[in-house]
Design a protein. Structure first.
Lengths: 196, 206
């Protein structure tokens, strides 16, 4: 390993971030590894790498919650296809306002992001896609600006809320199916008794 | 000749010191687990190993074991999170190198050769690295008197032109650019780096 000068200046940090982005975009492991060496001694650079990684993760929708939700979604689709058909028919999506309300209830909104959350509370717009870039695009079209961490939490909350919503709908679909089956059985029994 | 330092494992640590380092690492593991998992998924994707993203948690467990086993190599003055991220990156890197060996391709960056740098970025001394980065920095284009800033910027598209103008003509920092566009600093840094890279490539073509 090469010796590392512990004191980096802003210009050097910018050059290193450029090298890191290049390394990721060109799949050059040497460049990424070299930049990561500098993060060990430079907290600011480490923070900048965090920001860059979050941006990439948002771009590719790689957050843990998104991956978990995707996995749960896939499994649920495999196990309960009928519940999802039902969901499609109903076209009921959670809204920006519902997510904002949940954020407020959980106390997840930083003071500086409160004005943005206030605006979102009034936005009764359905969320049809749950990726972070899509959420940001929708908010951008409404001229709502908030910090990166706010959007990350908002994204996670939206996914969890959607999962809960989906679960409730699947349960409702199952309940309805059960009632239909019972009614059918009762009708059949009635018919059998009538025939006798 | 490049100056190289060989990192030596410190076997002389007392049990108490080793435990202190492990505790620091464990606390960072708990605190940053989801961030580091996200980083692993990102590296897998960026290094064409997206098909292994289902193994991200397995890789994370490997990282935890490796880190605790090698806690004696961890310098407690360094950020534990940054160290764990390096360990995580190395785990992905091993997979990447294995995959690369299998498909028999050379991944030595063509871009690096293109800009006249034949060395290995990773093996270069710090001074050498910054000399190289400054030499290929797009800033040098703007310092030359033969072109106006607008002539330089005319070789790239409007989006790149806008962000490069803010950086090199208006002299705004990435943070200020982020505030200008209402985006995160990370997004500003990525956009800026990509714009610089495209500008360099356009200049190479001309």
């Amino acid at each position: 390993m090469n010796s590392i000068n512990k004191q980096l200046n802003d210009e050097q940090r910018e050059l290193l971030i450029g090298l890191y982005v290049e390394g990721l975009d060109e799949a050059d492991d040497g460049k990424v590894a070299r930049v990561l060496q500098f993060t060990l001694h430079d907290e600011s650079l480490d923070g900048m790498i965090d920001e860059v990684n979050s941006f990439y993760a948002g771009e590719a929708d790689l957050s843990e919650a998104a991956s978990e939700a995707r996995l749960v979604g896939e499994l649920a689709r495999e196990s309960f296809p009928s519940a999802f058909e039902q969901r499609k028919d109903r076209e009921t999506f959670i809204t920006l306002s519902e997510v904002a309300k949940q954020m407020q209830a959980k106390g997840s909104v930083a003071k500086t992001d409160e004005p943005a959350n206030e605006k979102l509370l009034a936005a009764n717009i359905p969320l049809t896609k749950y990726s972070l870039p899509e959420i940001k695009r929708t908010a951008e079209s409404l001229k709502i600006k908030a910090s990166e961490s706010f959007w990350r939490i908002f994204h996670k909350t939206a996914i969890l809320l959607e999962m809960k919503h989906g679960h409730e709908q699947a349960m409702q679909a199952a309940r309805e199916k059960k009632i239909r089956r019972r009614t059918k059985k009762a009708d059949e029994r009635k018919q059998e008794t009538g025939n006798k | 000749m490049q100056e190289r330092k060989v990192e030596k494992t410190d076997y002389s640590l007392s049990e108490a010191e080793l435990n202190r380092r492990r505790e620091k690492l464990e606390s960072a593991m708990v605190q940053f687990e989801s961030n580091l998992l996200m980083d692993i998924r990102l590296y897998l994707r960026k290094f064409n190993l997206g098909h292994l993203s289902g193994r991200a948690e397995g890789i994370w467990h490997e990282v935890v074991n490796t880190a605790l086993r090698n806690a004696n190599n961890y310098n407690p003055e360094c950020s534990a999170k940054a160290w764990l991220r390096s360990v995580a990156f190395n785990a992905v890197r091993h997979l990447y190198r294995d995959a690369k060996k299998q498909i028999q391709t050379t991944a030595i960056s063509e871009a690096v050769r293109h800009f006249g740098f034949d060395g290995d970025v990773e093996e270069t001394s710090e001074t050498g690295l910054f000399d190289y980065l400054e030499q290929k920095s797009v800033k040098r284009f703007f310092k030359k008197e033969q072109w106006t800033a607008e002539e330089i910027l005319s070789v790239v598209g409007e989006d790149d032109r806008q962000i490069l103008r803010l950086r090199f003509v208006e002299d705004l920092s990435a943070r200020e650019i982020a505030a200008h566009f209402g985006i995160s600093e990370g997004a500003a840094n990525v956009r800026l780096s990509r714009a610089k890279s495209r500008l360099q490539k356009e200049f190479q073509k001309q």
